[in-house]
Structure formats: C-alpha cells, structure tokens
Design a protein around this ligand. Structure first.
Ligand SMILES: [Zn+2]
Length: 185
C-alpha cells in the first residue's frame, strides 16, 4: 500500500517479527482507517479523503483545528507522532491554484501548528513542505496539503531502514486530543 506521499509502506503490524525490538510499539492503523471506510469509499480510489474529512467529526477525521479556508488534521500515516497536514477546504491540486486567502491561512495554520507542537510535544525541529504532483511524491496529488512533521533529536533510528516500517509510539486519537486541546481557541 502507499501513504499520502506515495511511499510504499509495509503492512507489518507485529513487532514480534523484529529481533531485539521491544513490544511496546503501538501502530494501530486499522481503527483510524474507519474514518475513511465508514464513508463507504476508499481513499485510494475516486473519493478524496481531504474533501471527506471536514464532513466528519473532528475525532473521526483526526482534525485538530478548522479555519475559515483551511483545516488541520493528523496524517493517518505519520512519519512521526504529531505529523500534521494542512489542507484548503477547496479541492485544488497545486499551490498556485490556491487563493490569496487560502495561502495566507495555510501559512498561519502552519505557524500555529509549529507553536502547538513545540508546546505539546517539545519538538526540536520541523520539516514543512508540499509535494506537488504525483511525480514529486504526492500520494493524494489532487488535493493540496502541507506537511508539518515534528522532529526530535533522536527520532531517526535503524528501524525504518531495517524493518521497512516506522515505530510511532502513540495512538493517533491520543495525539489528536492533545494537539486539539493545545490549539488556541
Ligand atoms: Zn479533495
């Protein structure tokens, strides 16, 4: 399967298969895919998950904040705990198609996301960016989204390289609750 960025990822769920890796990792994708599955459509096919998400409850869609022109949600396939996506409500593919208002709000939501993640999860740094077009790695190329990926000093290890998977030690629902609670009202 592929994530939002088109990166192949393994569906390996059990850490028992990995030598010398403790069993404490929790990476439970399946329950959170319910947000998409319950709509009766799959994100890989015709339905656009970034158009569907705002029609669901914040908890179901893993939305942490809603603005006027854009909203913020947790990536279902995070590179790190707290990996956020900032999307315009409008179904536009590329940054140059966004209106001045959308660009401004995507920018301000990105700033707020950084501040909240620094406050809530004490991130040491960030990767921020947009993949424009499938050739550039956008998994959902038809709906613009900005990645905000918090980074910690020791967050990269052998695990993604050896196991073809990534340990994300917290459940997405818990992370959403924390970020949403920290978001300025
Ligand atoms: Zn869309």
């Amino acid at each position: 399967m592929r994530d939002y960025d088109g990166t192949e990822y393994s569906e390996v769920e059990s850490s028992h298969d990995f030598a010398a890796v403790p069993d404490s990792f929790q990476r439970l994708w399946t329950p959170h895919r319910l947000a998409y599955i319950e709509t009766g459509q799959q994100p890989e096919t015709e339905a656009c998950p970034f158009c569907i998400a705002p029609t669901l409850s914040d908890e179901k869609a893993l939305i942490v904040a809603r603005g006027v022109h854009a909203y913020v949600l947790l990536n279902l396939y995070p590179y790190n705990s707290g990996h956020l996506l900032i999307c315009p409500y409008r179904h536009v593919a590329t940054y140059d198609e966004a209106t001045v208002e959308e660009v401004a709000e995507i920018g301000s939501l990105t700033q707020t996301a950084m501040r909240v993640l620094t406050e809530v999860s004490h991130a040491h740094g960030y990767n921020i960016g947009m993949n424009q077009g499938r050739i550039a790695g956008a998994g959902i190329a038809e709906h613009l989204h900005q990645h905000v990926v918090p980074r910690w000093a020791l967050d990269s290890n052998f695990f993604p390289i050896i196991a073809g998977t990534k340990a994300v030690p917290r459940l997405l629902g818990e992370v959403r609750d924390d970020i949403a609670a920290g978001w300025p009202k």
